[in-house]
Ligand binder design. Sequence first.
Ligand code: FAD
Length: 479
Amino acid sequence: MPISLSRLQAIVGDANVLDQSAVAQRATHHWDASPMQALALVRPANTEELSQVVKACHDANQRIVTHGGLTGLVDGNKTTNEELVVSLERMSSIESIDVAGRTMTVQAGCVLQRVHEAAKDQGLLYALDLGARGSCTIGGNISTNAGGISVLRYGMTREQILGLEVVLADGTVLDSMNALMKDNTGYDLKQLFIGSEGTLGIVTRAVLRLRADTSTKNTAMLAFDTFDQVCDTLAHMNATVGSLLTSFEIIWNQFYRLSTNANVGGSPRAPLPDHAYAYAIVESQGTQPEADMHTFEQAMASALGKDIITDAVIAQSEKEREDIWTIRENVDLFACHHPTFSYDISLPINVMDTYLSDVKAKLTKSWPNMVMYAYGHLADSNLHITIAPDTKQGDVKVDKQGTLSEQLTHEQQQWKSQCNEIMFKALQPVRGSISAEHGIGLEKKAYLHYSRSEAEINTMRLLKHTLDPKGILNAGKII
Ligand SMILES: Cc1cc2nc3c(=O)[nH]c(=O)nc-3n(C[C@H](O)[C@H](O)[C@H](O)COP(=O)(O)OP(=O)(O)OC[C@H]3O[C@@H](n4cnc5c(N)ncnc54)[C@H](O)[C@@H]3O)c2cc1C
């Protein structure tokens, strides 16, 4: 028996329980415009209400899926008509900022960009940053252990979290809201919930670690003729710019051309000609305007002198910096193809190029007109790859611009499985990961064994069974 909506209304009020038809007015998620399916959607105002909702669901064996900003990319947020959505949209406050201690306490539904702005207002920085910053939530970031564009310097979400409050599957509130850099008092329980995609508990509040604000940003777009040049330049930048180096993002030619193609909504101002083998966005951040710029420009000049860069442009204003980053973040443009299959993989940098040519050769055998877009966080060994199997080479379908629906025909589903096998199997010999940042959700569940051993998967099952014996939290996701 599904939980009665009146039971939920008694906890959060009538206005905060949306029934099936109201839920269907919402889109499934960021990439899928089809109507959301769910038994109902409930919007608690605080931890106490959320705990009561979960306890009621536990008593009724009601399955729950937690929703943040719905920008997750592996269907971890997907629901069926039998599942209840718990949305954190009303739990979005910034509770406090401790400037001396460099911490911020927030509710989990707070949008990442608001955290950035609030930290900046105090002369501080919240170091996690990613393209979905205007919609994704802190709870979603924590649950997916999100990475983004500053991992090279600051680490993933795991590194930004000092304390956590979580509601467990039976409604218990687990308060681990420490704001301490050092705390070795037994198991670090919060780590269990970071990256567990809502399967072990619902994150309700967090203490975030803040850093010194980096008022100076030096950004360049570089062009390369070979992948060896890219690797040499990464090593060169690490050696010359050192700890100020915050991002080193790679964009292979095919994505650069799409992203600067104004006919499909791409950036009209390409900073460099579009015939290089690959491009990189390199950014340093610091606090000493003149000295930082000097270090950055010297590093560029010596790289050009060593012939490890073919061409380069350094942003001269914040607007030019944004224009450069837009080229990396124009991922919505993939919607000009249908279908597309996206990958988020990790593998050693020195085998990336061979991996790409290897899988490309295999994919082209099945889909001769296939287009592969590759880009990503090179310095973190993390590539994002989007494959459009059914496209004439170099010919984007302008008429399909903006199509976000992910509905695949039966035949396209088979293509996707075939494509997944090729992409994931090739990672095994190099001990790569089938998911660097986005998680497993439903999308990659069948392929987890390519990255995790049987003993590891069994231990994950043990944890899940211990913390959620009834299997009500994000059931069927990950394992
Ligand atoms: C344009 C774009 C760029 C992106 N760039 C990056 C990137 O660079 N790096 C990266 O890592 N990701 C990236 N992502 C993916 C996505 O933004 C992240 O996974 C993000 O952390 C998800 O946050 P969300 O609030 O949207 O979560 P949702 O999509 O709502 O949920 C994601 C998962 O977390 C669970 N969840 C959500 N909130 C909670 C909670 N409070 N407690 C427990 N479980 C919860 C959900 O059930 C689901 O399993 C990008 C996405 C887009 C659309």
